[in-house]
Design a protein around this ligand. Structure first.
Ligand code: CUA
Length: 156
């Protein structure tokens, strides 16, 4: 029957189209995982402590106007626990998790990053007033969730 033959052809075409689609998706995902740009870089959650910049958590001066802060979130706290940054400079926060999903949220600012194991979350912020700001986790992460907070000191 002729109809049967055409159905086979279309079925074959559909499978090939699907295969091409999956290949493109796969290549895209692969290349994204290996490109160190954008706000959601990948990281091996088991090798956080030996992967830059998290092998040296805390504040690093990049240039006169830019500082980077590397933060490791884990149940139930942040490393480093004490962070001090200058006022009026661009602060680039980079955070990752070694266990479950947390957040890195600085009260009264626009810094509110979901911190997912396997990924590096990035957010840039400039404090316009010195003082102590509360850092807290607003993603439920377990029994110690409500104790997961620390402070950032913004100094002149
Ligand atoms: Cu970490 Cu909630």
């Amino acid at each position: 029957m002729h109809l049967h033959k055409y159905e086979k052809i279309w079925l074959g075409f559909g499978i090939i189209a699907l295969a091409i689609f999956l290949l493109i998706v796969g290549i895209t995902a692969f290349s994204q995982g290996h490109t160190p740009s954008g706000g959601m870089d990948m990281i091996d959650p088991k090798k956080v402590n030996e992967t830059a910049p998290f092998d040296n958590p805390g504040v690093t001066k990049i240039d006169d106007d830019t500082y980077q802060v590397a933060i490791i979130a884990m149940a139930f706290g942040y490393n480093p626990s004490k962070i001090e940054v200058p006022v009026g400079k661009e602060i680039i926060f980079k955070a990752t998790s070694t266990d479950v999903v947390h957040s890195f949220t600085i009260d009264n600012t626009t810094v509110n990053m979901m911190v997912v194991p396997g990924r590096i979350a990035t957010k840039s912020y400039t404090f316009d007033k010195p003082g102590n700001y509360l850092i807290l986790c607003n993603e439920y992460c377990g029994v110690g969730h409500h104790m997961m907070f620390t402070e950032i000191e913004v100094v002149e």
